[in-house]
Design a protein. Structure first.
Length: 513
């Protein structure tokens, strides 16, 4: 079948949308073989069926009946485009849940298997571990008010930017000011000429030694020693790179590496980032300024001097072309932010416009503070005299993520205050007995503080990977009882580590006396 016909067949077979791009991806990464008919690229449907059957059988063996309530919560039928819709992809954020999970428990009409109704339009939802505002954004879309709290200043910036009422025309004007000034600065440096010649050289080299499909197929079939071949070709390309560095007088090292920016960005990129940051600080529109900061932060994440496969978890800085295990060819570090600034600026405007068509006339806000002690009423004037209806949140998993450190580049460039020591369950404290006890106390204290602002018959939903069985203890200390547990397979992940795992959504209510 042609790629277009194959996508139609796969969509019907899997009962989910499969695009021609999805089929092309499988060919590109040698998951299925490429065939030709009258000069056009085709695929063998028997082979495609075998690929999907293996995938489905593996998941069935691990997770059971695809029609079970657990697998309903897996949302395996969704594309990445669906789970990162509109403002949910304004900025990368490690450890967030998908918006469809929030919808399932907040919206009374999402699934026929869910007979209980926990929330209604006009209710007030609290997320005391707000992260990147998934709960707040979905509450807005569903006609509910929402309050978030987060210890991380940058997380609050992400959240409040996402839910802000944005004048897209004015934002576009502010973006153009930065774009024009940045363009002049970048062109004057001459870096784009170097980058263009480097890209051309790489294109010729990769076409010769790493032909797309043929090379990937050979690697997958173990007909080639990938590591040895890659090291050999890296060494062969390096003299070409050295000549270009000398020709354009490119600086590869910062004078010191005692800041995140100087360690993880090449000198020219660091200079462009600082230039753009100064321009942004001078913006007279507070909302636009925060969104510009968010765009530049997203640019920074993509422009760090690291490999494509190490973007989520930095390993070591690089300043030369390298063999990329993600793309199966020689790739290069980033030498200018020009491309990414243009890409993410356009994407941000499009996502705000998409969300504007869905947003409701409700109120959302994210407060910067410690959920164990924060006075929520003081920070939210419109809450006065009202009670919160419930919580939907995903607390940090014990010993898994340092939340401030994942955005260290933004804290460094913009000088935001950090509260690392106040994080609950950070990676830096590990997963030992002391860390677990501190975690239990931290989460319980948050729930105790939040209860003061909630109505009597509240509902609390906490998404957790409770591998150490800490949540029954947490519930008891917080004066709550677990009334239900929903197990959810986490699949179709987009991070580097795409391993499937299971998490639990705990439904808690006030402990009956």
């Amino acid at each position: 079948m042609s790629i277009t016909d194959a996508s139609s067949w796969a969509s019907e077979y899997l009962k989910k949308r499969v695009t021609p791009s999805n089929i092309s991806y499988l060919i590109q990464y040698a998951q299925i073989k490429k065939a030709f008919s009258n000069g056009a690229v085709c695929v063998c449907i028997d082979e495609l069926k075998e690929y999907y059957d293996n995938l489905l059988n593996t998941r069935a063996a691990k997770w059971g009946d695809s029609k079970s309530s657990e697998n309903t919560l897996a949302f395996a039928n969704l594309r990445e485009k669906d789970t990162t819709k509109h403002i949910h992809r304004l900025h990368p954020y490690k450890g967030k849940f998908i918006p469809q999970l929030v919808e399932y428990f907040l919206d009374s009409h999402t699934d026929e298997l869910k007979r209980d109704i926990y929330f209604n339009k006009g209710d007030i939802i609290l997320d005391p571990f707000c992260g990147s505002a998934t709960t707040l954004a979905q509450a807005n879309e569903l006609g509910m008010h929402a309050i978030g709290v987060d210890i991380s200043y940058f997380n609050c910036l992400i959240s409040n930017c996402k839910i802000a009422k944005v004048d897209c025309y004015r934002l576009e004007v502010e973006i153009k000011k930065i774009t024009d000034a940045l363009k002049d600065q970048i062109h004057s440096s001459g870096i784009l000429y170097f980058d263009a010649e480097l890209l051309e050289s790489l294109s010729i080299f990769n076409a010769k030694y790493f032909p797309n499909y043929e090379y990937k197929a050979a690697v997958r079939q173990k007909d080639i020693d990938e590591k040895g071949f890659a090291e050999q070709k890296e060494a062969e390309f390096y003299p070409i790179y050295e000549k270009l560095i000398e020709k354009y007088n490119i600086k590869l090292h910062n004078e010191n590496t005692n800041t995140f920016i100087n360690r993880w960005f090449l000198p020219n990129v660091a200079a462009e980032l600082r230039f753009a940051a100064e321009l942004i600080k001078n913006s007279s529109d507070d909302t636009a300024r925060d969104i510009l900061i968010l765009i530049l932060s997203r640019v920074m994440r993509s422009c760090r001097a690291t490999t494509h496969s190490d973007l989520a978890t930095l390993v070591k800085p690089i300043n030369a072309p390298y063999y990329c295990t993600k793309h199966y060819k020689i790739c290069k570090p980033i030498f200018s932010i020009a491309k990414w600034w243009a890409t993410y600026s356009k994407d941000t405007l499009n996502r705000y416009r998409e969300f504007e068509r869905l947003r409701t006339d409700t109120q959302q806000i994210c407060l910067a503070g410690d959920s164990r002690t924060i006075d929520i009423e003081k920070g939210v004037p419109w809450l006065f005299g009202r009670k919160i209806d419930g919580i939907f949140s995903s607390p940090p998993y014990v010993g898994l993520i340092d939340y401030h450190e994942q955005h260290a580049y933004a804290y460094d460039l913009f000088g935001f205050p950090r509260c690392d020591d106040s994080e609950i369950g950070p990676l830096s404290k590990g997963q030992g007995e002391k860390a677990k006890e501190d975690y239990v106390k931290g989460i319980a204290d948050v729930l105790l503080n939040c209860k003061k602002y909630m109505k009597t018959d509240f509902n609390v939903f906490l998404v957790a990977n409770d591998r150490y069985c800490l949540y029954p203890i947490i519930a008891e200390r917080a004066g709550l009882e677990i009334v239900n547990r929903y197990n959810r397979p986490v699949i179709n992940r987009t991070e580097k580590d795409k391993g499937e795992y299971s998490e639990t959504i705990f439904h808690l209510k006030k402990l009956a006396v």
